[in-house]
Write a protein that binds this ligand. Structure first.
Ligand SMILES: Nc1ncnc2c1ncn2[C@@H]1O[C@H](COP(=O)(O)OP(=O)(O)OP(=O)(O)O)[C@@H](O)[C@H]1O
Length: 588
């Protein structure tokens, strides 16, 4: 925490000093009022003759103090918010940077709902906690102990009455905080759950509507929301119970001061001004204690949130970066040496003893039943996950030895699920090469068979020239595009990236056979030097490959060309037979 406070310590100190000014004004005023009553009005030290000049003088002085107090309060507020918001901003940036550095297993382990809550709501709670701490702590401590000191100074008996009430008030405070503390952690966890459902339901709204599951989802959301409300209510009830108890105690103190004051006024040990000032101080004390309650409530909630934020800030990326910068003699060579792999916390081996080599410029296809481990296999090349056994080498170097950034610059991947961002079509294509010239972007789009539909996007949109389509903004997560269009933009993005290895993970599944075939032809001409790994379900998509790896249950069953496999591999023959007569063959 200190790391975040340190740069804004000066703002914090200034806020504290202005707060001291504000509270001092509050503490001085009852004393002046006592003097106005005793000397100005009753003339207790002047044989019962009042002093109008003194009343004027002290009255004007009081107005000055109020203005000064108000000014100090305004400055205090400004510096408090500067401190809190800057600390919150820095924390948010660091948290986001850490999340960006997380490995896939770490993201899977946290879940997106909790990550979003921690980076947004939890940091806001911490920000409030800092602001409350800087503003509230000094104010309450000064107001509570300053009022107590002033009461003692006025009259020792009044002071003793106030001190006696303190253990009860403190006991009440501790009891409530003890009850409320666990609820704050629960509140944040329930917010996580709500965020999780919201994200899942908003991104999956089409499926929900198609399956007519709106009522079910509304109920699910309602249950999560009710849980949150119930916890919030419990917190409210605890603190609602506390306020009247503290109030009642303080009014008992006021009553006791008035009672004892009336006896002491008779014997001359207390003056009416003293009694009035003591009652005002007691009210200030009450305000101080009530503020302390609020403060502890915010501190408890802020602390619960801080623990959750700290978890993110302290999490180190699980994949340790290597030191190798990526300069190799070989270019685009991949080797799997006895590789076995399982997903963290799953225990089940997804790949077992996989061995193969792909040379520069080779086009290798991976074929196999769904769930046999094809995507898992290619995910190991850019090191999205680490192997459990064996080694994956790129250009003769273990992928764990590379700096991740340098390794990933060698590899362009089109994932199974197209991911697009809310920027222009051109911006999406140039995502991996932001400095690409417009003609490079267009060339990549032409190879990916995307240029035609992009140019049509221009129609009626009022952008200048036929190339205006590249400026069309893509809706969130590519909602404004068809599945095939999204795939083609993802392919164009990978083609544009100057990488040695191009991996296409079932990324042409939404393309019609003619477009798919045109794309592979264009890719042949353009990227002859790059190594290509193509995962596909259709024989038509893979038969042109130099080599096909046939996978079954996490193992490589056989490898060879289309013709070789047709002769020797039973699984390949079965797939081939199942697809014969289908459109694939006509195109092929
Ligand atoms: N993140 C993950 N955590 C745990 N298990 C996973 C994860 N991703 C995939 N699996 C499991 O690993 C196995 C292999 O999955 P993979 O995605 O590699 O198969 P695939 O051959 O690419 O399938 P498809 O052709 O359907 O895309 C499957 O049993 C799957 O359930």
């Amino acid at each position: 925490m200190w790391k975040y406070i340190k740069p804004y310590l000066l703002f914090g100190i200034l806020a504290g000093l202005f707060m001291v000014g504000e509270v001092s004004m509050d503490l001085i005023q009852p004393g002046i009022m006592s003097q106005i009553v005793d000397d100005g009005v009753l003339g207790l030290h002047n044989n019962g003759v009042g002093d109008l000049t003194l009343i004027w003088k002290l009255g004007i002085g009081m107005i000055g103090l109020v203005l000064l107090g108000g000014l100090s309060g305004a400055f205090n507020n400004a510096f408090v918010h500067l401190t809190g918001q800057n600390i919150g901003n820095d924390m948010r940036k660091d948290c986001f940077r850490n999340v960006m550095g997380f490995s896939f297993p770490q993201i899977d382990e946290y879940g997106t709902g909790t990550l979003v809550t921690r980076v947004t709501n939890d940091i806001t709670q911490v920000q409030n906690f800092v602001s409350q701490f800087v503003r509230g702590m000094i104010r309450t401590i000064m107001l509570t102990f300053g009022s107590m000191y002033c009461i003692f100074k006025l009259n020792r008996d009044f002071g003793l009455i106030t001190v006696c009430a303190f253990p009860f008030i403190a006991g009440c405070l501790v009891f409530c905080l003890h009850k409320a503390n666990p609820l704050f952690s629960r509140l944040q966890a329930q917010l996580d759950a709500i965020n999780e459902i919201m994200q899942e339901d908003i991104s999956g709204i089409r499926t929900i509507k198609a399956c007519v599951r709106e009522t079910y989802e509304k109920l699910r959301f309602g249950r999560a929301n009710d849980g949150l409300i119930q916890t919030q209510l419990k917190v409210l009830v605890i603190f609602a119970f506390m306020n009247p108890v503290v109030n009642a105690m303080m009014y008992l103190v006021v009553a006791a001061i008035l009672l004892i004051g009336s006896f002491e006024a008779g014997s001359g040990r207390a003056t009416p001004g003293n009694i009035m000032a003591a009652v005002t101080y007691t009210t200030q004390l009450l305000n101080g204690v009530l503020m302390l309650t609020m403060l502890f409530q915010n501190i408890s909630r802020g602390y619960a949130s801080w623990k959750r934020v700290k978890e993110i800030l302290d999490s180190k990326p699980e994949l340790k970066d290597g030191s190798f910068c990526g300069e190799t003699e070989k270019k685009g060579e991949i080797e799997f040496r006895d590789v076995s792999f399982s997903y963290p916390h799953s225990g089940k081996m997804v790949l077992e003893h996989v061995n193969f080599t792909v040379h520069q410029g080779e086009k290798v296809a991976v074929l196999g039943a769904t769930g046999c481990g094809k995507s898992s296999l290619v995910n190991l090349i850019p090191r999205f996950y680490d192997v459990v056994e064996g080694t994956v080498l790129v250009d003769g170097v273990d992928v764990r030895e590379y700096k991740q950034k340098d390794l990933r610059e060698k590899v362009a991947v089109v994932l199974q699920k197209s991911e697009l961002f809310s920027t222009s079509i051109g911006g999406n294509i140039a995502w991996g090469k932001p400095d690409a010239a417009p003609k490079e972007v267009k060339a990549a789009a032409i190879i990916a068979q995307a240029d035609d539909f992009i140019r049509q996007k221009n129609e009626g949109k009022g952008q200048s020239g036929p190339e205006g389509g590249y400026e069309t903004i893509v809706a969130e997560r590519g909602m404004s595009l068809s599945g095939g269009q999204k795939q083609r933009l993802s392919i164009a993005r990978a083609v544009l990236k100057p990488a040695e290895i191009l991996i296409l993970d079932d990324s042409t599944s939404a393309l019609d056979l003619k477009t798919e075939s045109d794309f592979y032809k264009a890719l042949e001409e353009f990227g002859a030097k790059s190594t290509k790994i193509i995962i596909a379900q259709r024989i038509a998509s893979v038969r042109g490959a130099d080599r096909i790896l046939v996978m079954e249950n996490g193992r490589i069953l056989e490898e060879g060309s289309h013709e070789e496999l047709l002769k020797s591999c039973k699984v390949y023959q079965e797939i081939y037979r199942s697809q014969i007569g289908k459109e694939d063959e006509k195109i092929a």
